[in-house]
Write a protein that binds this ligand. Structure first.
Ligand SMILES: CCCCCCCCCCCCC/C=C/[C@@H](O)[C@H](COP(=O)(O)O)NC(=O)CCCCCCCCCCCCCCC
Length: 216
C-alpha cells in the first residue's frame, strides 16, 4: 500500500541525497533538484520547532520564487543554474548594482540560498567532527558567523542568534536526523559532505565568473 508522503519517516539522508542528484555529469546544477533539496531541509528545520519559522518562511519564499520561474513560460531557461544565469543576464533580467525592477530574479534569489548552503556545509562539517559534549548551538552559530551572517543586518543576526539557543542538544539532534546511531550519522555526513561542497563550489565559481556574488 502506498504511504502518504507526510506519513513517511523523515530521514536527513534522503534530503542530502537530493543534492547529489542535482549535479549532472558535466557539472551543471539542476534547479528542480536543488530546490527539492532545500524543501527537505526546510521540512527538517520545521520539525525542530516554531522558533525557526521566521527562517523557514524566508527560505520557502525563495524556493517558491524559483519554482515559479521553473513553471513559467520561460521555464526551459531555468532547468540548470547555468542556463538561468545565461538567460537572465543576456536579457537584462537582473538588478546588478541596486535593487530595482527585478527583485525576484532567479540569480539574486538563488544567491541567498547559495550563501545559506555555505552555512550548511560549515555546520555539517562541525557536526561530523563533533564529540558527545559538543553544543549544537555553538556549532551552528560558529558556522553562521563564518558565512551567512556577513550578509545579514544586525537585527537578523540577533534574531538568528536567539533561535540557535533553541536547538536541541547533539544527541537529540542526531535522533531527529533519523539516520541511525551516531556512528552512522557521522558516516552519512562523511559521504554527503563532498557532494554538498561540490554543488556549492560549482555555483560559487559560476557566480564569480559572472560577477554575481554581490547581487543586491
Ligand atoms: C537547524 C538550524 C537552522 C539554522 C539556520 C541557520 C541560518 C540562519 C539564517 C537566518 C535567516 C533569517 C531570515 C531572513 C533572511 C533574509 O533577510 C535573508 C536575505 O534575503 P533578502 O536579500 O531577500 O532580504 N535571507 C537569507 O539569507 C536566506 C536564508 C535561508 C535560510 C535557510 C536555512 C535553512 C536551514 C536548513 C536547516 C537544515 C539543517 C540540517 C542540519 C543537519
Amino acid at each position: 500500500m502506498a504511504v502518504a508522503l507526510e506519513d513517511q519517516k523523515f530521514s536527513l539522508q534522503e534530503v542530502l541525497d537530493t543534492f547529489k542528484l542535482c549535479l549532472s555529469e558535466n557539472k551543471e546544477v539542476h534547479l528542480e533538484q536543488y530546490v527539492a533539496g532545500w524543501r527537505g531541509l526546510v521540512r527538517f528545520m520545521n520539525s525542530l520547532g516554531s522558533v525557526f519559522s521566521f527562517i523557514s518562511k524566508d527560505a520557502v519564499n525563495k524556493i517558491q520564487i524559483l519554482v515559479n520561474h521553473l513553471n513559467s513560460e520561460t521555464g526551459a531557461h531555468y532547468v540548470t543554474i547555468q542556463s538561468m544565469v545565461r538567460y537572465e543576464l543576456d536579457n537584462q533580467l537582473v538588478d546588478l548594482t541596486k535593487r530595482g525592477s527585478f527583485p525576484e530574479s532567479g540569480c539574486r534569489t538563488l544567491l541567498r540560498l547559495h550563501r545559506a548552503l555555505r552555512w550548511l556545509e560549515l555546520f555539517l562539517e562541525r557536526l561530523r567532527t563533533s564529540t558527545e559534549d559538543s553544543k549544537t548551538s555553538a556549532m551552528c552559530s560558529e558556522a553562521y558567523n563564518e558565512s551567512l551572517s556577513q550578509h545579514h543586518p544586525w537585527i537578523i543576526r540577533k534574531a538568528a542568534g536567539t533561535a540557535f539557543w533553541a536547538l536541541p542538544g547533539r544527541a537529540q539532534f542526531f535522533d531527529v536526523m533519523n539516520v541511525g546511531v551516531p556512528d552512522q550519522v557521522v558516516a552519512m555526513l562523511g559521504d554527503a559532505m563532498p557532494l554538498i561542497s561540490e554543488v556549492y563550489q560549482v555555483t560559487e565559481d559560476l557566480y564569480a565568473q559572472n560577477n554575481l556574488l554581490e547581487l543586491p
